[in-house]
Structure formats: C-alpha cells, structure tokens
Design a protein around this ligand. Sequence first.
Ligand SMILES: Cc1cc2nc3c(=O)[nH]c(=O)nc-3n(C[C@H](O)[C@H](O)[C@H](O)COP(=O)(O)OP(=O)(O)OC[C@H]3O[C@@H](n4cnc5c(N)ncnc54)[C@H](O)[C@@H]3O)c2cc1C
Length: 384
Amino acid sequence: MTTPADLPLEFGDPADLERLRAGFRAWLAGHPLPERLPDEPLPLFLHRWHRLLHSGGWVGLDVPEEYGGRGLTALHQVAVSDELGARGAPGVPRIGYLAHALLEFASEEQRRRLLPRMLAGDDVWCQGFSEPGAGSDLAGMSTYAERLDDGHYSVRGQKLWTSYAQYSGYCLLLARTDRAAPPHSSLTAFVLPLDRPGVTVRPLRAANGDDEFCELFLDGVRLADSERIGAEGDGWALAMTTVSYERNALDTGHLSKYGLLVERLRRTARERGGELPDGLRSEIGRCFVDYEVLLAHARRRIAERRAGQAAGPETSIDKLLMTRAEQRLYRTALQVFPDELHGPGGEVFAEFLYSRAASVYGGTSQIQRNIIAKRVLRLTDGAD
Ligand SMILES: Cc1cc2nc3c(=O)[nH]c(=O)nc-3n(C[C@H](O)[C@H](O)[C@H](O)COP(=O)(O)OP(=O)(O)OC[C@H]3O[C@@H](n4cnc5c(N)ncnc54)[C@H](O)[C@@H]3O)c2cc1C
C-alpha cells in the first residue's frame, strides 16, 4: 500500500529528482508557509506564497532560463508540487497552462518580456475565454476585436467566470477577429492589460462565499498589434493547448492532497469500522480505488512527458477521473467527520463546496466525454 508520505510517484532519474526534492525540503524548512493575515483575501495570501516560492527558484522549473525559468523538465516541477501537496501546503501557483500557451504561441520578444514577470508573480494573469453565451461552445464567442485603420484593434464584448480578474494585471483574452470565417479559424488571442481604458471588472460572489469569478466588460478597448499572441486565427489552437495542460493529471499537488485524506479515511475505517454504516465503508473503498486509478494515470502522463509528448485530448480522461475522485472524496469525508469538519469555515466543507465546481471548470464533464468520444476514440455520431 502506498501512502502520500511515501511520495508514490517515481519518475525521471531518481537520484536527480531526489536531489531536487531534498533541496526543496531544506528550503521549506527555512521558509515555512507564511500565516494568512486577518481578513487577507485568499488570492493575495497565495500571491505572497507564490513570490516566496519564486524567490527560492521553485516556480517555472520547466520553463527555459531565457524566459525566467530554470530550464529543467515538467517532472521537476511536478516533484515540487508533490512535496507541497504531501504537506497540505498550497501548491505552486497554477500558471503553468498560461505559461505553456505563451511558450507555444507568443513571439520571442513577448516570451522574454512577459514570462519572467508572470513566473515571478510581478504580473498576475487571468484567463478570459468564457462568455455568457459561450462556455462549452467556446468557438461561438461574440467578443469582437475589430482591426482599425491605424493598425490597432478595438475590442467589444463581455467575458464571464474570469477567475480572480480583480486581482490580476493581465488577461489572456480570446476574441473573434473575422466574422466571415468559420468559428474555429476566426479566434485570436491577445494579452489585455486590465487597467486599459474601456475595461470594467465586476466580481461575483459564489456559493462558498468567495468572489472568485468576475464579469469583464470590454467597451472599445484599444489593443496594439504587438499585444496579439500568435497570428490572427490561432486562438482556437492556443485555447486547446491551454486547456490540455489545465486538465492534466500531472498536477500532483492535488493528488498528494487527495492521498492525505484517503489515508485518513482508511485509518478511520480500520479503527472505527464497526461504527460506520456499510454504505459509507464502501464509499471509503471507492475513494481509495479512485485515488489509485488517478496515480496510475499520473504515471502514464509522466511516461509521456519523459518521451517528449505534448499534452493532448486524452487529458480529458484525467479531468473526468479527477472530478470523480475529488467529489466522492470530500462528500465521503463530510459524512465520516461530521462534527469536526462540517459547517462553514471548516476546511473540508470549503473543499467540498469547491469540488462541486470540478465538473464545470476547465470544460464540463459532458464536454470531456464528447472530446474522448470524438478525438480520443474517434467515434462519430454520424453528424460529423
Ligand atoms: C470554478 C470555475 C472557474 C472558472 N474559471 C474560468 C476562467 O478563469 N476563465 C474562463 O474563461 N472560464 C472560467 N470558467 C468557466 C468554465 O470554463 C465554463 O463554466 C464551462 O466551460 C462551462 O460553460 P458554461 O458555464 O457556459 O455552461 P454551458 O456551456 O452553458 O453548459 C450548460 C450545461 O450544458 C451541457 N452541455 C453544453 N454543451 C453540451 C454538449 N455539446 N453536449 C453535452 N452537454 C452539453 C454542459 O455540460 C452543462 O452541463 C470557470 C468555471 C468555474 C466553475
């Protein structure tokens, strides 16, 4: 039986990664997680953590040195996430998928200018893809960037669910640049400075009390040609690259965190098994199986990364598995530890509430199944 404390994901050159892990553990001993200040919003607390991790060289390990990283591999970054997750500490900031989009699509000048500041936390970024009428059907978005005679663009439209836009300086924005072209070839990506005239950011309060989401109103926002990422029409490919990294099971900080709770549930089932209803003991068993399946998938992704394979549509499988595991885990934990953890303010209760969103963010579970059917299994419904 593996436990999170054993750090079950073995990959790469074991000696090399063990050196990195040892170095990180030594650094962590001298740089513990700072205390969250009274009334400090979570994103600002996590931002302080981000900057502290970066000061030690633990952010962007897989990003080339010329763009502010350390020129190591994704597996080195995974090892750092794994160490943090196994300690119940917040993970490395989730900017990897945005960084990948810039690495693949931005110009050399943009990569050198934007990436080091993104990795350092000097600039905070958000993702402006979804709209009120375009979430699952992203290609149907209506935000429009009109090319002006002076070479600039004028952007009009509305974005929705833009996480933490109120704390961000920049947004990776998708907009349509050609109304006549088919939807998938008419989208273009931009870097939008959120203090630009014409931008309004309005936070929305969610069920867990957080104001994570924002509406973003764009009213004739001028963007320069140099603020376009990639060519006109590259936006769909950039979006697919971004979400493939966002859905990947290699975010082992999450897996280690799940592993801690699975192990606690197993211990409870052993010690107090007789008191728990049969149905709940079965659920604990299912939590354990979900976790083991996720680990197996993470190992598969590790093998693919080592072979130099980029993330693709098969990461939709990871997203479905992570969603199932996370939702079952926190639902079960609430039932097993009702006195200790149930109620607003309890950490597991907060995680339980957020787990409900897992089947929506990064693309809904229904959409992941469609992607698996069409792009992984190559099944069609006769309409294609
Ligand atoms: C916590 C959280 C954070 C988010 N952060 C961001 C962010 O930072 N930036 C951003 O751009 N977006 C963000 N989103 C938005 C997210 O990507 C969308 O909510 C998601 O893609 C679904 O789109 P929608 O909400 O418009 O639902 P809809 O697309 O309207 O879907 C409604 C329902 O219909 C189903 N459905 C739709 N089409 C199909 C189909 N073809 N086949 C089967 N079923 C279908 C869906 O599965 C869903 O159940 C976030 C969402 C959440 C929950």
